[in-house]
Design a protein around this ligand. Structure first.
Ligand code: CDT
Length: 311
């Protein structure tokens, strides 16, 4: 089988503070886009909410204060340089940002092609955290307050280079995310994330944050015979530490390259897209082996129930 190569890069970001302007953040992204290009990469994954600090950690009531973190157009005047650079360099990218569309707030990512045009848009579906402020808690996780559930499903886009899909942060923990894209023969899943490591909202040792992050990516890649390119925003943001561990995972489930730092850092890997075919022809030949007639509960039931019908 002949190899089909795709040179992917992941651009992890160090912290973005509230005082950092969009211009300053875009300049950092541009520098990493150029670095990726200088290494030969043709697609780059940037993090979730890459243009701002991870603002759902704060409880805010003033709509003007909240909307300052959102984009009303993409590209806008401040993000246009990214699109111009994509076209000039011939490098496509995934970018996560907060989107205000017709008065509705979404946690969104776009896929921008190597010609600088928007290929597709995804709006985060698995929104974690709370809708209401937890009184007495110093650090909140209010994504349900600030974002509606995405309304675009999990599409896969056939670009000239590869079939690419997107998801955002918490989505990566859910097998359904990858399987819906796997059923569209996705070859590369791009995912941006912001995963706090400095507090817990449930009883879990902090070291498990990195373990579960990698476990989820590796399982998703293997079980769906695809590559996964995951970019985090890491380091200490406004006093709140977040995990790094940005990486590129192969269809074997192996992490092929991973960031060293918790700062701005580009990693890259020449991915053999044909590696998927071995799995798709054998152990994960969906057409031969899947039994959807036995999977109905996955879509008909939302929460788990005990066998006797109890909660
Ligand atoms: N941004 C995001 O989705 N973060 C979640 C944090 C969960 S802790 C409330 C994640 O899954 O990493």
């Amino acid at each position: 089988m002949s190899a089909r190569k795709l040179h992917l890069a992941v651009a992890q970001m160090g912290p973005v503070q509230r005082s950092d302007s969009r211009q300053r953040v875009v300049a950092r992204l541009l520098e990493m886009l150029r670095e990726a290009h200088s290494r030969g990469a043709t697609w780059v994954t940037f993090p979730e909410l890459a243009l701002t600090t991870f603002f759902p950690r704060w409880s805010m009531e003033d709509p003007a204060e909240v909307h300052a973190f959102f984009e009303t157009e993409m590209p806008g005047p401040l993000t246009q340089p990214l699109f111009d650079a994509a076209r000039a360099l011939g490098v496509g990218f995934y970018l996560g940002y907060a989107e205000l569309a017709g008065g509705v707030q979404y946690n969104t990512s776009i896929l921008v092609g190597r010609d600088g045009g928007i290929v597709g848009k995804y709006r985060k579906i698995h929104i974690p955290g709370e809708a209401a402020t937890r009184e007495g808690q110093a650090v909140q996780h209010l994504e349900k307050k600030y974002f509606e559930v995405g309304d675009l499903g999990f599409p896969v886009w056939q670009t000239p280079d590869a079939a690419i899909g997107m998801c955002i942060c918490n989505d990566r923990r859910w097998p359904e995310t990858y399987r819906v894209m796997g059923l569209q023969r996705v070859e590369v899943v791009m995912v941006g994330y912001n995963t706090p490591s400095g507090y817990t909202q449930w009883d879990e040792p902090l070291h498990l944050r990195m373990h579960h992050h990698l476990l989820s990516l590796q399982a998703g890649a293997y079980q769906n015979a695809c590559w996964v390119a995951a970019a985090g925003k890491a380091g200490v943001e406004e006093g709140n530490p977040m995990i790094g561990g940005s990486c590129i995972v192969a269809p074997t489930g192996e992490v092929m390259v991973r960031t060293f730092s918790e700062d701005d850092e580009v990693i890259n890997f020449v991915c053999d897209l044909s590696a998927s075919e071995n799995y798709r022809a054998n152990i994960f030949n969906f057409a031969a082996h899947r039994r959807p007639e036995h999977y109905g509960m996955i879509v008909s039931r939302k929460g788990a129930q005990a066998p006797d019908g109890g909660a």
